[in-house]
Design a protein around this ligand. Sequence first.
Ligand SMILES: Nc1ncnc2c1ncn2[C@@H]1O[C@H](COP(=O)(O)OP(=O)(O)O)[C@@H](O)[C@H]1O
Ligand SMILES: [Mg+2]
Length: 243
Amino acid sequence: MVLTVDHLAVRVEGKDILHDVSFVIGAGEVHALMGPNGSGKSTLANALMGHPRYAITGGNVSVDGQDITAAKPDERAQAGLFLSFQYPVEIPGVSVQNFLRTAWRSLHNDKLDHKIFSARLQQALADLCIDPVFAKRAVNEGFSGGEKKRMEMLQLAVLQPKFAILDETDSGLDVDALKVVAAGIERARHAGIGILLITHYPRLLEYVVPDFVHVLIQGRLTQSGGKDLAYEIERVGYKESAQ
Ligand SMILES: Nc1ncnc2c1ncn2[C@@H]1O[C@H](COP(=O)(O)OP(=O)(O)O)[C@@H](O)[C@H]1O
Ligand SMILES: [Mg+2]
């Protein structure tokens, strides 16, 4: 299993934001994407997820050789990409459980084995130390920052995509939420899910040790390396580490 981003260029609202971005994520690998505010990290996440306002103007994206550069969001999900952008919105009246059931159904061509689904949901709730009552709440309605992250990890555990792009907002996450995210990521990694972990501050990386680190500055990947690159950035900041 491999997610390939090859010479990607992205334009947003008539402005060229990403230039010549390339990386390859294998099964069970955690890649951290770091970079200062405004460097284009969320733009990359949105473009990979097929957000209509983020136009891919060059390069391509593929999953296991299947080109998904121009695919619709549901086709991307079918190809194995985890689309978290659809979910942070509040969906009053739709419970977490029903939402996950619908997502599961669409991923598995309408076939739903209720037993497998509920076993997996119960297991995921237990693994993430989430009160089962949570599954009955409306999606993201009145969720705290930490609860939204729990929701994201729950989706990851239940839906088991091939690849997940997690755009961490960092700010607003307390230590408990960071630990939930870290534990969820570790479990996903062991299940063979490849992860692009987007982070502004290296703090999350104290809890999740990435296999690879990529640095994005002004829309270009300026450095790629191992976990030591993250420690270097933490020590000296983006500017110095890029030299
Ligand atoms: N929807 C949008 N409309 C206009 N400009 C955008 C939009 N999304 C991102 N941008 C611009 O793209 C650049 C990169 O932003 P973003 O990808 O959010 O950076 P990061 O996530 O690294 O902080 C910024 O200059 C930002 O203003
Ligand atoms: Mg961002």
